[in-house]
Design a protein around this ligand. Structure first.
Ligand SMILES: Nc1ncnc2c1ncn2[C@@H]1O[C@H](COP(=O)(O)OP(=O)(O)OP(=O)(O)O)[C@@H](O)[C@H]1O
Ligand SMILES: [Mg+2]
Length: 437
């Protein structure tokens, strides 16, 4: 069973093709075997016996009738009615250059058998001539008898035609099957691609459910599911955006009121708290906004990264940059810049040195952001992408809410890319972003 499974093609197209073609091939092989082995053997034997019988009649007539006129008349009749040319050459032996009979030739085998049955004199057969004739030599006591007969007198060529027709028919059948299957598979493949793209957070265009009823039902169900998920996400982000936005106004008011109060350690502490809350509200808003973004435009990646490096320098830190060549990619500039800046921000917070490198591959661009901080243990690497997830949950007062990586991943996926966390040779975390080009 496992062998069978391994032999079966992996794609649906391949499997259906096997399902369609295998029975036809088996049937044809069976038919060909029956026809070739049984029928063709029998026909060739019949024809061979016929010719051998005619030869033996001629030999007997010649023995019993010494009248040359009778014999000449018989020869003439044979030639006219049966297309067999017979000559007698007195005291001649077998010619020397007769090829040996072919072992696997039905014609050779059957003719030899028939001659052994019907003719008692020694004989030799030459079936390998190029003029579509077969020559049989029979050694008579006083002469060599040479019989030349057309090949089709003793050999049916319709079997070749039969096999050829069958092969041609199956090729046509295969062609039709391939065309038909292609059309059946297309909607399934499209559904799989759409589901895959949607699962990766990419935007998918509407597609019309097509194909067989079952496939159409699956497509419709998928589209309904997609709409529901979209609505769900939209409602959630709208709510988050609304709350964050509404909180900003009272926060600004509080800040203003505090700035008018006399200097006091307690007031300073309040100011710090409000700053932190503003940062957090800003992060929520950024997350909520990330979902509804502008379309991608050709963007110079080097330029964008230089801007990021400037921002870092303004804060008195350094970003090491390693870019191979200048690259222009279709990017949603704001969201992609925010993604990179979130990652750089993390690196600066956890490490002393942060490096950003860009490598151009055959069909993608790889962006790596590495630091020399403590890194992340393997089992934490997929958790940190969750919204509001932080390793140091207990440590408050930093204004970090745990959305940085979530926002970065959403942005990368929306660009059709991938993001992965790993261990950097620098010692800390390595974030790898792969973008298709
Ligand atoms: N470069 C890094 N080195 C070590 N740990 C990291 C690194 N980057 C992120 N982490 C861990 O992953 C967690 C989630 O990161 P994320 O950027 O999503 O949130 P945050 O930095 O805590 O908050 P925010 O980015 O929203 O201000 C962090 O709290 C931290 O524990
Ligand atoms: Mg962060």
């Amino acid at each position: 069973m496992t062998v069978f499974k391994r032999l079966l093609p992996r794609s649906l197209f391949g499997r259906w093709l096997v399902l369609l073609v295998a029975p036809v091939v088996v049937l044809q092989a069976l038919l060909t075997y029956i026809f070739y082995e049984r029928h063709w053997d029998a026909v060739t034997r019949r024809l061979g016996l016929g010719l051998a019988g005619e030869i033996s009649v001629v030999i007997a007539t010649r023995e019993n009738n010494s009248d040359p006129a009778v014999l000449a008349d018989l020869m003439w009749q044979m030639d006219r009615a049966l297309e067999i040319d017979i000559t007698f050459e007195p005291d001649r032996d077998f010619p020397a250059n007769i090829p040996a009979p072919r072992r696997y030739s039905i014609l050779d085998r059957m003719l030899a058998q028939a001659l052994s049955e019907r003719v008692s004199q020694p004989y030799m057969i030459d079936t390998q001539r190029n003029d579509r004739t077969v020559v049989i030599y029979v050694k008579l006591p006083d002469a060599l008898m040479t019989v030349t007969a057309p090949e089709n007198r003793i050999f049916s060529t319709s079997t070749y035609a039969f096999v050829l027709w069958m092969a041609a028919a199956s090729v046509v059948l295969l062609g039709i099957a391939v065309l038909f299957l292609r059309n059946q598979i297309k909607p399934i493949r499209r559904l799989a691609e759409a589901a895959d793209a949607f699962g990766k957070g990419r935007d998918i265009a509407d597609f019309r459910p097509a194909g067989a009823e079952e496939v159409r039902a699956a497509s419709r169900a998928f589209l309904a599911m997609r709409d529901r998920i979209r609505r769900h996400i939209r409602e959630r982000t709208e709510m988050l955006a609304g709350v964050s936005h509404d909180l900003r106004t009272p926060l600004t008011r509080m800040k203003l009121q505090l700035s008018m109060m006399p200097a006091d350690p307690e007031v300073d502490e309040l100011k710090r708290d409000i700053d932190e809350m503003e940062k957090m509200v800003g992060a929520y808003l950024a997350f909520a906004r990330g979902q509804s973004e502008q379309p991608a435009e050709p963007t110079d990646l080097g330029n964008l990264i230089a801007e990021l490096a400037d921002d870092v320098r303004r804060r008195g830190r350094e970003l090491q940059i390693d870019i191979e060549s200048n690259l222009t990619l279709p990017l949603r500039r704001l969201s992609f810049k925010r993604a990179l800046s979130n990652l750089i921000e993390n690196g600066l917070r956890f490490g002393r040195r942060v490096q950003l490198s860009v490598t151009r591959m055959a069909n993608r661009v790889e962006i790596r952001i590495e630091d020399d901080g403590p890194g992340l243990p393997e089992k934490e690497r997929h958790k940190v992408f969750r919204p509001f997830y932080r390793l140091d949950q207990a440590r408050h007062g930093s204004g970090n809410v745990g959305l940085g990586l979530t926002i970065a991943r959403d942005a990368v996926l929306a660009h059709g890319g991938e993001i992965a966390l790993g261990q950097s040779p620098m010692g800390g975390l390595m974030v790898t972003i792969r973008l298709p080009v």
